[in-house]
Design a protein around this ligand. Structure first.
Ligand code: EPU
Length: 339
């Protein structure tokens, strides 16, 4: 029988180690638990909030209704063809476990997404990405459970409306589904994406021309560890803001004043500016405001130095957003889900 607790503190379930209580809370270990929770919530007309690895969330106030901590785990080979292997993972499985499993199976596609915190179920919501690869590049389909009816629904690539750190699950389908399992389609032959600046630089430094899967993993591990703080040691939620998109026209204008302004080209009319660079320019890199601050090695990562209160985070976020707006006329948008 499902255990539902009242006023349960969510702080330990977030990598930022900032939280508040859930009005009601249950750990979901399997589909039966989930269906029981849905019935419980329906009978009492309580809203449902799903928590995965807590690595992309800032909880600022008591969460009303029933919070479900997704611990439905497992991953396995679903099928193989000459060129591809499909892996299926349950949504509460750790993303790292799936990546490690794919590497053990000598499959290609997930290596650039190595060491990203969080669960498999969050990957499609966020369309997680790193070093030139996004989750959508390996996605095959997923099974979600309709929170209102308890029925399964299959989402194809087209159904998910993936975009930069965005999907239908953050928009039209927000709060409507529990993502239950995800299937990724991985290559059996070596196809590596090595064009991201820091990967290329690191491979050149190591004099590696044709890296193996293991070498790519090592390089990514090295880059991430040198820039991104380990949340177990220094609580954080990865990139706090999205990299903003601006028009080529605005970029041209800004680069008259900031000739070194970096960019990622998106289309003929749009470029993406690294928010870390913008924040660094405003002087917030490595700066501390009370118990929170922006990381000294990566200005995009907001860290909790211990016992930080949600209002301290919100104050720092406001200050940074205002500074970037004042200096560059660019709006920063939070990447972290603020509740
Ligand atoms: N930069 C600075 N100062 C900084 C940080 C970055 O000037 O303090 C500039 C540099 O020019 C650097 C460029 O920004 O070359 C890009 O930096 P980095 O490679 O670290 O990537 P990012 O754009 O800051 C994004 C993702 C990360 C992902 C990396 C690598 C977003 C919001 N973030 O960061 O994802 O790991 O690229 O692909 O798109 C996450 O989503 O939580 C996350 C960590």
């Amino acid at each position: 029988m499902l255990q539902i607790e009242k006023n349960h503190d969510l702080t330990p379930y977030t990598t930022l180690r900032i939280g508040a209580a859930a009005e009601f809370f249950a750990v979901i270990k399997n589909k039966a638990d989930l269906l029981e929770a849905l019935t419980w919530a329906k009978e009492r007309q309580q809203p449902i909030f799903i928590l995965g690895g807590g690595s992309n969330v800032l909880i600022t106030k008591k969460v009303k209704g029933l919070v479900l901590k997704n611990e439905i785990t497992g991953c396995h080979v679903l099928k193989s063809s000459k060129n591809y292997t499909w892996l299926e993972a349950k949504s509460g499985e750790s993303w790292s476990k799936l990546v490690n499993f794919s590497v053990q199976q000598k499959l290609y596609g997930l290596e650039n997404l190595f060491l990203i915190y969080g669960t498999v179920g969050a990957a499609p919501v966020q369309n997680i990405g790193a070093y030139g690869v996004e989750f959508k590049d390996v996605f095959d389909h997923l099974v979600a459970i309709d929170l209102r009816t308890g029925r399964d629904k299959i989402f194809s690539l087209a159904d998910c409306h993936f975009a930069y750190r965005d999907s239908i699950f953050k928009r039209r389908a927000k709060g409507r589904y529990f993502i239950y399992s995800v299937v990724v389609k991985l290559r059996r032959q070596a196809v590596l994406k090595l064009d991201y600046g820091t990967i290329r630089e690191e491979l050149t430094k190591r004099r590696i021309k044709q890296p193996s899967l293991a070498e790519v993993i090592k390089v990514i591990q090295f880059i991430r560890n040198s820039k991104l703080p380990n949340p177990v040691v220094l609580p954080n939620a990865g990139s706090f803001f999205k990299n903003p998109e601006i028009s080529q026209a605005q970029f041209k204008l800004l680069s008259l004043t900031y000739p070194d302004m970096p960019k990622f080209i998106i289309s003929r009319s749009k470029v993406k500016i690294p928010a870390g660079w913008l924040i660094e320019q405003t002087g917030f890199k490595g700066q501390r405001l009370g118990s929170v601050g922006m990381h000294a090695q990566q200005a995009l990562v907001l860290v909790n130095y211990g016992q930080a209160q949600p209002r301290e985070v919100l104050a720092l976020v406001r200050k940074i957003s205002q500074a970037v707006k004042r200096q560059f006329a660019i709006d920063l948008e939070s990447e972290v889900n603020i509740i």
